[in-house]
Unconditional design. Sequence first.
Length: 67
Amino acid sequence: MNNRLKVLRAERNWSQQDLAERLGVSRQSVNAIETGRYDPSLPLAFTIADLFGLPIEAIFSRDQTES
């Protein structure tokens, strides 16, 4: 899954730790999501979308190689 999390976070001048605290997850989880090593659960994806005031589809998109 592709995502715009790093860009959205940078636009707000938030560190990974800042975002992690806002989401209630670890900084390592934020890093893993940003680098595509981990796809967030649906509840976490909704929390991320709510935090940025965007629909999930504006943040996350399916990788073209996925079926």
